[in-house]
Ligand binder design. Structure first.
Ligand code: PMP
Length: 440
């Protein structure tokens, strides 16, 4: 018993045995509301009969065929469907098994693109401080979360980190949100110029920051300016929508809300809705053609690329999202969730900010609401909140963020898209139990 290496240190480990709709059940029969969809994964809820059928059908006809030899119907159909709805000129899809693999693939594709174009001097990557892009070494180096990076610093590749767009903490009182966005976007141009304008491969960012700040969207105009700067210096824009993409913020692709399109886009999590591990990297035809007209081979690969069962599952998931009109529902339920959070916790002395888009919402905990001072990290506010909510039957995603100089404490909510009005009320009641316990 308990030979499985645990990811989390909730001791002793609780064994999950069943999922149904928005709920998970443990072996004692206790029911948990899945208020974070795992980590923004279970967008359709648990036990969806149509998705289960798609898995069974595909496993019975073709479970696996190596992409060194074959493509498959589900991979092709899924790519067509994603491309049909993708922003800008994204035109090619590379299927992997998760978010970190998607980011690694994007970094390597960007580097190889410039080699094919005869620009081998391009080697720098720029990302943002409060960000998470995965746990494999390239993705970890790209992310700016000091806590996750600390032990591995000496073996991480060199990535520049500029300021994120974090209005709640960083915007000056006399600055408009727009001016603030332009100011922090300027850091990208400054860093490109510092490194040498023809030496930068890519800028990497999450349209709505998830795992390090709890659902922080950029202010209006920020990403438009970022796109302009990337265009001006020929730097590729890689958007990491692993957490915020696939309908989570009320658009199939999160960057649609910012009115821009990247050169490379990473998705995962909601793409498989938790039914299969799958991620993807989408790129423009220009990038694809540079490689196909050049060496003709993307120097990368994993055994489970384009896995037929994962692709068939994801195809059923995306069709369900579109066919059941779940994305407009995300917007409607997201507004109600936001309103409920403001009504219930908007005046709480230790909740400094409530933010997010669609069904991707976060709250930031503070010791002092007026001065926006975070709690001392030794208090372990996020950890205590997670435990209190879990005991109350609510799975949410509390985190210690990466506020400069201190770790802020946040909680992320990312419930299944099928959440009902009553269930929003249930989440509020359970959150209130945790809030009362952690801030007596
Ligand atoms: N990028 C972002 C924005 C993420 O939130 C995550 C996971 N939390 C990843 C990448 C890594 O994805 P995975 O855990 O599937 O490797």
């Amino acid at each position: 018993m308990n030979h499985v290496f645990p990811r989390q240190n909730l001791a002793p480990p609780v064994k999950a045995v069943r999922g149904e709709g928005c709920y998970l059940f443990d072996e004692s029969g206790k029911q948990y509301f899945d208020g974070s969809g795992g980590a923004a994964v279970s967008c359709l809820g648990h036990g969806d009969a149509e998705i289960i059928q798609a898995i069974q059908d595909q496993a019975a006809s073709l479970a696996y065929a190596h992409t060194g030899f074959f493509t498959s119907d589900p991979a092709e159909e899924l790519a067509d469907l994603l491309i049909k709805h993708a922003p800008g000129t994204l035109d090619r899809v590379y299927f992997v098994s998760g978010g970190s693999e998607a980011v690694e693939s994007a970094l390597k594709l960007a580097r190889q693109y410039f080699l094919e174009k005869g620009q081998p001097q391009r080697r720098h990557v720029i990302a943002r401080r409060q960000s998470y892009h995965g746990n494999t070494l390239g993705a970890l180096a790209t992310g700016g979360n000091a806590w996750r990076r600390a032990q591995f610093e000496p073996i991480l590749m060199d990535v520049s980190h500029i300021a994120p767009c974090y209005e709640y903490v960083d915007r000056a009182a006399d600055e408009t949100p727009f001016d603030y966005g332009q100011r922090v976007a300027q850091e990208l141009e400054d860093e490109i110029l510092r490194l040498g304008p023809d030496s930068v491969i890519a800028f990497v960012a999450e349209p709505v920051v998830g795992a390090t700040m709890g659902a922080v969207p950029a202010v209006e105009g920020y990403f438009k300016r970022i796109r302009e700067i990337c265009n001006q210096y020929g730097v590729l824009l890689i958007l990491d929508e692993v957490m915020c993409g696939m309908g989570r913020v009320g658009h199939l692709f999160a960057c649609d809300a910012d009115g821009i399109a990247p050169d490379i886009l990473c998705i995962a999590k909601g793409l498989g809705a938790g039914y299969q591990p799958i991620g993807a990297m989408l790129c423009t035809d220009e990038i694809y053609q540079a490689i196909s007209d050049g060496s003709g081979f993307f120097q990368h690969g994993h055994t489970y690329l384009g896995h037929p069962v994962a692709c068939a599952t994801s195809l059923a998931v995306v069709k369900a999202m579109l066919g059941r009109r779940l994305i407009p529902r995300v917007e409607a339920q997201g507004e109600k969730l936001s309103q409920a959070l403001h009504d219930r916790f908007g005046q709480h002395p230790h909740i400094g900010d409530i933010r997010g888009r669609g069904l991707f919402r976060g709250m930031e905990f503070v010791a002092d609401r007026e001065a926006k001072i975070p709690f001392d990290p030794t208090r372990n506010t996020a950890g205590k909140f997670k435990k209190a909510a879990f005991d109350a039957g609510l799975i949410c995603y509390p985190m210690r963020g990466t506020r400069d100089g201190n770790l802020g404490d946040h909680v992320l909510l990312a419930p299944p898209f099928i959440i009902s009005d009553d269930q929003i009320g249930e989440v509020m009641d359970k959150l209130a139990v945790a809030v009362d316990q952690v801030f007596p």
